[in-house]
Design a protein around this ligand. Sequence first.
Ligand code: ACO
Length: 383
Amino acid sequence: MMTTTDYRPGLEGVVAAETRLSHVDGQAGQLLIAGFAVETLAAQATTEEVLGLLWHDHLCTPAELTAFQARLAAQRTLTPEIVAILRMAAARQCPPMDALQLAVGALHLEELHALEPYAQALRLVAVLPSIVAAYWRLQHGHEALAPDPQLSHAANYLWMLTGQPPGAEAVRALETYLNTVVDHGLNASTFTARVIVSTQSDLVSAVAGALGALKGPLHGGAPGPALELVFAIGEPSRAEPMLRAKLERGERLMGFGHRIYKVRDPRALVLQQAAARLYATDGDRQLYDLATHVEQTALALLTEYKPGRQLQTNVEFYTALLLHGLGFEPALFTPTFAIARVAGWTAHCLEQLAHNRIFRPQSRYTGPGGREWRPAERREARV
Ligand code: ACO
């Protein structure tokens, strides 16, 4: 049994849940999603197939998949209340992650929390792309578009963002991204969601909390800065001096390092390959080549400046490149991550509720004891 003296900052190495949803092997650089290697699943499955796998623990048959897709598509429409909230947020130029969190909280107006957990999960996963796309359009002076129930989850998101029928290649690239980052063990946002439902709170609250955890730059907020860095570097010869200067100033290089992975994050390779396909046909090949040069330079400098730390490329570096190749602005990167990860969050919530025990760790007290109480008039000024 652990005692309060076994304090592990950041809960590093502590096993706090059992899950069938994903397994991260940080030494071998392997990720299993519900039993499948991420390399197998990500580039082949549709988003709906992966979602069905996480929620139902098996691959859907074609008939199950058709029914599941229809159920999900039926939940995409935004209520006028949510559109009104998004309009207010757009008028104040709220960052998209904050607008998304506001809109998710507003699902309480639909009394979503009163439905059974699976129905809450369905609505949450279906509606997140609608919220993000509607907000993006409102923020940029366009009206929000209605979802198209004939389109897949990923295709509909692209449609609602742009108002253009998406090409098959773009849909495939987006699905590969969404599948790659759908779930990843007990990361900070997933842990947040599990803690919230463990109190028998609802999934709306869990997802609102998880969004708050995701947006920080040490978690899901890194890809925007990672791409900005590549753009700021601009050409290969500037990579070494600029990255060195950052490390000399004690700054972190976004898109590198991971609590669990001590070798290259396997998701980085999946996304790099997807980006290479996209940039080969449709994008700016020079940017792709610059990014790979920046990656190699950063890795060499991290070995020099942080020897023994085993800092490798994480998922966010190639997320940035892939989503940029799809035409996404950096401000959309983290909300799009949320659109993927909400599938994992909700699956974890359902799993937690099936075998629930409230999370209640201990803290180690480091303050004084036996302080003397004095009435206010007898307290001395502190110097
Ligand atoms: N650049 C430079 N130095 C780094 C980096 C980095 N990206 N990451 C870690 N380090 C250094 C730290 O400064 C520290 O050095 P020190 O011991 O000399 O002080 C050492 O490596 C260990 O760092 P920790 O913060 O203890 O490592 P931890 O496991 O807590 O952090 C994290 C992991 C937060 C991801 C970290 O590597 C980081 O900040 N990376 C940059 C941000 C990023 O890419 N975030 C996305 C993560 S992936 C995701 O969440 C989806």
